[in-house]
Design a protein around this ligand. Sequence first.
Ligand SMILES: [Zn+2]
Length: 326
Amino acid sequence: MAHDPHALRALLGEDAELCHRAITGEHGVSLPPFTDHHVHLHLFDETRLAAGGIAGAVDLGGDPVALARRENHGIPRVAYAGAFLTAPGGYPVGRSWAPGEITREISDPSAHPGVPGGAATAVDEQASFGASVIKVALNSTAGPVLDSETLSAVVAVARERGLAVIAHAEGERMPRLAFDAGVSGFAHAPFSEYVGRAFLARSAAAGHVWISTLAIHRGDEEAAEFARVNLAGFAAAGGRVLYGTDLGNGEQPVGVNADEVTALDRAGVRGPALIRAMSDPWPHAEPPSGVRTFVPGPPPHHADEVAGWLRGATVVPTEELVHDDH
Ligand SMILES: [Zn+2]
């Protein structure tokens, strides 16, 4: 029975605790605070995230100026990439949701600062506006993509700045192009092809992060299956999976997305591994401080119940929670 603290931890990880809220007396489970590792803040109301169980968010494509100026609410804690770096005319240039402020077209592989259209210029600009990661878009199904020389220059300059480079890799061989240039991970579990066992093993061994976004492929069964199988293989190879929804893209609940949680579960990321993917502080080293994700009501008894149960998640101040374990 999961009401036993030991069974609860076996199901939800070592940091799960039975507790109640000091003010309301409401009983439930306290979990480390969750982060959605792939969102676009300009497309939804971030102040609603905490009520939906999300304490941290990583913006993977927005206007760096607006992101640098945004009001700091404390929670959600926000990290961001700034603009999408892409090839001239490449994805997502021209998309209705992608105004010019959120893309930078790189036409020169120069690693020298201040070169117009240069690789270093684009990375430096994002860094100067407070970016913690760099996002590159490689979508061969929607226009030109950066060549490997330019992509490698982006990665080299980002690495000098201590910034991870995360790729949107769409189209055949795009994950390989990103991998060979030395990126740190993928904004979406690769969904255009099966990447293969050797790729999965090397990606896991390289310490890559894979942001899941499995549920956005609803309506495209082939892409959904590629993403699920690739992510399952990556997780099985010991890879670091991060929960992410691409929130802002299409109709999605603002908060924990039960469809994404269910899809992760079906990809074999369940139990403690699921909670780890949701509470990984990446790209920070430490979780958002002063808060926990709290799920009211009776705890789940079985891994099959976890995804549905997490729909009730909310974020509460740690000081409001009283442990019931002792
Ligand atoms: Zn996105």
